[in-house]
Structure formats: structure tokens, C-alpha cells
Design a binder for this molecule. Structure first.
Ligand code: HEC
Length: 105
């Protein structure tokens, strides 16, 4: 009886812990986008961009295959971004951000 209850809570713990311990790439990417892109670009599935002229991030994959976008991010996006600060992302940040963008497709 007691053993059964113990086993139950152990299984519960095992199921919960990974979610608490490490944020997924998607979650990190979303946090990155919220911190760095959200003041101009809409970063979710539905809202409008705060800055007119900044395409919602969910639209980017229609212009660029996600993989090409990764290259652009690695080199730093400067072109056509008069209003946008230049970003150079490291490979981990790019991986995270692209993982998040894929969830918006
Ligand atoms: C200060 C405002 C601002 C911020 C912050 C910003 N952007 Fe932009 N971004 C823009 C604007 C405005 C455009 C449209 C520029 C254009 O079409 O010429 C744009 C366009 C883009 C494009 C499309 C470029 C193209 O050539 O079509 C990408 C990709 C992009 N942004 C990614 C990002 C990412 C990723 C972040 C966060 C790391 C970010 N932006 C943060 C303003 C911003």
C-alpha cells in the first residue's frame, strides 16, 4: 500500500522534473525573441507587430526557408533593417530561435 503510493509519487516526480529543470530550445528561443525582437516584431501566432513594417516573426518562413534564415542570422542581419539594430547571434541562440520559429509555422 505505502509502497504503491511511493512509487506513484516517484513516477510523478520523474515526469515533472525534466520540464522544470531545462527549458527546451523552443522556450529559450521564445524568451530570446521576447527580449530582443518583440518590441518591433509580433512573436506569437496572432498579434500584430508593434512596429509597423516589421513582419511578424511567424511570417518570416514564408519569405525565407528557416535554414536560410539561420545563415542570415549567423552573418548578422543588417540589410533592409534601417530601424532594426544589427544582431549577431551565436549558433546556440540561432538554434533556439529557429526552433521557436518552427513552432509558429
Ligand atoms: C527596433 C525594431 C526591430 C527589432 C528590435 C527587430 N527588428 Fe527585425 N525588422 C524590423 C523592421 C522594421 C523590419 C522590416 C525591414 C524591411 O523590410 O526592410 C525587420 C525585418 C526583419 C527580417 C526580414 C528581413 C528581410 O530582409 O525581409 C528578419 C528576418 C528580422 N527582422 C528578424 C529579426 C529578429 C530575429 C529580431 C530579434 C533578434 C529582430 N528582427 C528585431 C525591426 C526590428
Amino acid at each position: 500500500m505505502l509502497q504503491g503510493a511511493l512509487r506513484h509519487s516517484l513516477i510523478g516526480l520523474l515526469l515533472i522534473t525534466p520540464a522544470l529543470a531545462a527549458p527546451t530550445a523552443e522556450q529559450r528561443g521564445k524568451a530570446f525573441a521576447r527580449a530582443n525582437c518583440a518590441r518591433c516584431h509580433a512573436i506569437d501566432r496572432a498579434s500584430r507587430s508593434p512596429l509597423e513594417g516589421a513582419p511578424p516573426l511567424r511570417m518570416l518562413h514564408r519569405r525565407y526557408p528557416i535554414e536560410t534564415l539561420g545563415e542570415a542570422l549567423a552573418e548578422g542581419i543588417y540589410t533592409g533593417h534601417a530601424d532594426m539594430p544589427a544582431f549577431e547571434l551565436n549558433p546556440d541562440q540561432i538554434h533556439d530561435l529557429l526552433s521557436y520559429l518552427k513552432t509558429l509555422e
